[in-house]
Ligand binder design. Structure first.
Ligand SMILES: [Zn+2]
Length: 99
């Protein structure tokens, strides 16, 4: 079963770890929301490529959110996040190589 998908422009509330976008998912309602930060982080270049690679990254996160939720009773969110990004980062680097 898939997730319904929506998009929000939202403020990121962690000053130490700035991100351009993130995914919030709720297994109970089957909803996933891709959030785009209202404040573009200084370390992210303001380019179409940065936006496209971020969009691909967040869509991969949506595709893997059911895997994340299946693993959450057994492993920490941090460990799951690390391994999910071991899948996403190589795809991101392959599709959007650093020039
Ligand atoms: Zn990510």
């Amino acid at each position: 079963m898939g997730y319904s998908l929506s998009f929000k422009h939202k403020e990121w509330d962690d000053d130490e770890d700035q991100v351009l976008a993130w995914v919030q998912s709720d297994p109970e309602s089957g909803a996933a929301t891709v959030c785009l930060n209202t404040d573009w982080p200084k370390h992210v270049p303001r380019t179409a490529k940065a936006l496209e690679s971020t969009a691909m990254h967040e869509m991969a996160e949506v595709l893997l959110c059911q895997v994340r939720e299946l693993l959450l009773p057994y492993y920490s969110d941090k460990l799951i996040n690390t391994h999910i990004h071991k899948v996403i980062r190589p795809l991101e680097n392959l599709l959007f190589p650093v020039a």
